[in-house]
Design a protein around this ligand. Structure first.
Ligand SMILES: Cc1cc2nc3c(=O)[nH]c(=O)nc-3n(C[C@H](O)[C@H](O)[C@H](O)COP(=O)(O)OP(=O)(O)OC[C@H]3O[C@@H](n4cnc5c(N)ncnc54)[C@H](O)[C@@H]3O)c2cc1C
Length: 233
């Protein structure tokens, strides 16, 4: 089957990779101009205008990390090789060990590097075609009793057809005529703000009882992530 994946963010790239490894043909259509061949550092200079949290830290929760280890161990290895940091929670558990405790490992990274590693792996799959600088502008459908997606309209270029269309355009982005997702954005009143710091040479990150040092000042909650965040420090 041929899959048309609209959007080349984390979801679109991971979907393309998984589909290709399951023997399917995939074309990924991404609006931003992106060169998949660059080094990890190049991910930090890309213009990702539709992703406000692009530069924020991203952690793989243990379940996500385990999934990655199962179906894309090469991507996990790549992330670790460029600086993503594993944090083993099992060492902080009290009491007898339970089956599955060994999977309680977080993976700390920065979003640009997560995307970079997925894009690199997807680009290396012969069954994946990555097209960037292409805006998905509508959904093509066939109506034969039921409405069935048959591809997408793009600008610039000819419509891209396929057997299945995957919506990976992000949460609230819908070209005209695109089916609406559930949920209405509301203001949650919270601000998500991050700073990156680098420890002085010889200074150790101190051990916290649970995950990372965190606290609540009443008007502000804070949480600290493990260095180096990702991408070689
Ligand atoms: C502050 C913050 C912190 C977070 N931290 C974590 C975390 O620690 N761990 C975690 O797992 N998740 C985290 N998340 C959630 C995670 O970032 C999202 O789940 C993820 O970004 C969703 O990815 P996506 O690929 O679905 O969408 P997006 O990242 O929004 O990607 C959508 C893609 O589609 C492209 N696109 C949009 N419109 C078009 C169009 N018309 N044509 C072509 N391409 C288009 C965009 O350019 C983009 O590449 C966090 C989210 C936020 C806001």
């Amino acid at each position: 089957m041929r899959f048309v994946v609209a959007g080349g963010g984390v979801a679109g790239l991971a979907t393309a990779l998984a589909l290709a490894r399951a023997g399917q043909d995939v074309v990924v259509l991404e609006r931003d101009a992106i060169d998949p061949a660059g080094p990890p550092e190049s991910a930090f200079t890309m213009r990702r205008r539709g992703i406000p949290h692009y530069f924020q830290p991203h952690a793989f929760l243990p379940r996500g990390r385990r999934s990655l280890a199962e179906w894309a161990p090469d991507v996990l290895d790549t992330l670790v090789a460029v600086g993503a940091h594993s944090q083993d929670l099992a060492v902080k558990l009290h009491g007898p060990r339970e089956p599955g405790d060994a999977d309680l490992v977080y993976l700390w990274a920065r979003r640009p590097v997560v995307e970079w590693a997925l894009r690199r792996a997807a680009a290396a799959e012969p069954a994946v075609e990555l097209r960037s600088g292409v805006t998905v502008s509508g959904l093509l459908t066939d109506t034969d009793g039921v409405v069935r997606a048959t591809g997408v309209a793009v600008a610039p270029g000819e419509p891209v057809r396929g057997d299945v269309v995957v919506d990976a355009l992000g949460r609230y982005r819908h070209p005209p005529g695109w089916p609406r997702g559930y949920g209405i954005p509301t203001d949650c009143g919270a601000v998500y703000y991050c700073r990156y710091f680098r420890l002085e040479p010889g200074v150790e990150y101190f051990a916290a009882p649970v995950l990372n040092p965190r606290g609540d000042l009443g008007y502000l909650g804070f949480n600290t992530g493990l260095p180096p965040g990702s991408c070689r420090g």
